[in-house]
Design a protein around this ligand. Structure first.
Ligand code: 5GP
Length: 345
């Protein structure tokens, strides 16, 4: 047994140190980025925020809505090929280029992904994620997908350490998804005792990925716009959001009335709810590692995403970053023991 003594940090452990700036207004801040990806050579430009590939977040409706903000959606893997056909037929080129096709790592997943990608050349992202990205099987699968799709942008995860980021990039991933345990409806840390504070994971994994010309997605754990900014400040090229985009008209969940108020169900993809829905229950050998919550229904996602992006723009003005790309360079985090004033709840 070994203990690493260095303290690892989460979003709640830091704040940005303000810096002198010549920016007059947040309207001067440009949140879009352009990437050319390592293996595929594909280019993408837009605002590098991604709706998570969860049942009640990464829906087709969400993809349409967020694309208006140049934001990406990782569409969850539970749509049928026929549902994809209908979506692709009605979607614009821009909408399709802001969509990620999610895939598990089975042969059936591979075949389904092939069928979906064949529908349009504008579908350029494949998101291959499993809860434990340390599995050798994931590395092999990424290699297989890279061979089959040399020109598509491959995302693989989830991992939290530099060694595994490097391995996935060398196996063919353009982007590595980072995060084990920070999610709003995730119970991995309590069920298994495994995890890594998300800000440190981002900082360390970004360093490893950038050294090889790869990119990372900070996935999970953002509970407010400030956290999204901290993820970018720590070096995340993209930030993926589940809970912050759940509970909306476009999230694809069912609206439930309770005591005259409206709610929407939101659950982890390894929760009992998800496994009951998609796999006929929790298999005997495993435990659910996700929770189910009822969120107050929040209406359309447009206001929420504008609010999140407005927050990140404002962060940029406080530290003098005219472009999102400059945020990491302009970031000095200070360690803190308090975040907000809770006098009024
Ligand atoms: P959030 O933005 O809600 O904090 O985190 C979203 C992320 O949580 C997802 O992108 C995914 O990586 C992770 N996640 C989703 N469902 C589950 C689950 O059931 N269990 C665990 N451990 N993580 C989950």
């Amino acid at each position: 047994m070994r203990i690493e003594q260095e303290l690892k940090l989460g979003f709640k452990d830091v704040l940005f140190r303000p810096k002198r700036s010549t920016l007059k207004s947040r309207s001067q801040v440009d949140l879009s980025r352009e990437f050319t990806f390592k293996h595929s050579g594909e280019k993408w430009s837009g605002v590098p925020v991604i709706a998570a590939n969860m049942d009640s977040v990464g829906s087709f409706e969400m993809a349409k809505a967020l694309s208006e903000h140049q934001v990406l959606t990782a569409v969850h893997k539970h749509y049928s090929v026929a549902q994809w056909q209908t979506f692709v037929a009605g979607a614009s080129e821009k909408e399709l280029s802001n969509v990620m096709v999610s895939s598990g790592t089975s042969d059936a997943d591979f075949e389904k992904t092939q069928q979906i990608l064949a529908m349009s050349q504008h579908l350029m992202f494949i998101c291959i994620d499993i809860a434990n990205g340390y599995s050798e099987h994931l590395v092999e699968f990424v290699g297989k997908v890279r061979t089959a799709f040399p020109n598509k942008v491959i995302i693989a995860g989830n991992v939290v350490t530099g060694d595994m980021v490097e391995e996935l990039i060398l196996a063919g991933a353009d982007i590595v998804k980072v995060g084990i345990g920070p999610g709003s409806v995730c119970t991995t840390r309590v069920k298994t005792g495994v995890g890594y504070p998300q800000l440190s994971a981002i900082i360390e994994c970004a360093d490893a990925a950038h050294g090889l010309g790869g990119r990372i997605i900070g996935d999970g754990g953002c509970s407010c716009a400030g956290d999204v900014a901290k993820a970018f400040g720590g070096g995340a090229d993209f930030v993926m959001l589940g809970g912050m985009l759940a509970g909306h008209e476009e999230s694809g969940g069912e609206v439930i009335e309770k005591d005259g108020k409206q709610f929407m169900k939101f659950y982890g993809m390894s929760s009992q709810s998800a496994m009951d829905k998609h796999s006929g229950g929790v298999a005997k050998y495993r435990a659910a590692e996700g929770k189910t919550v009822l969120l107050p229904y929040r209406g359309s996602v447009h206001d929420t995403i504008s609010d999140i992006l407005g927050g990140v723009r404002s962060t940029c003005t406080y530290v003098g970053a005219a472009k999102l790309k400059e945020l990491t360079k302009r970031t000095t985090f200070i360690r803190v023991q308090e975040q907000e004033n809770n006098v009024f709840g």
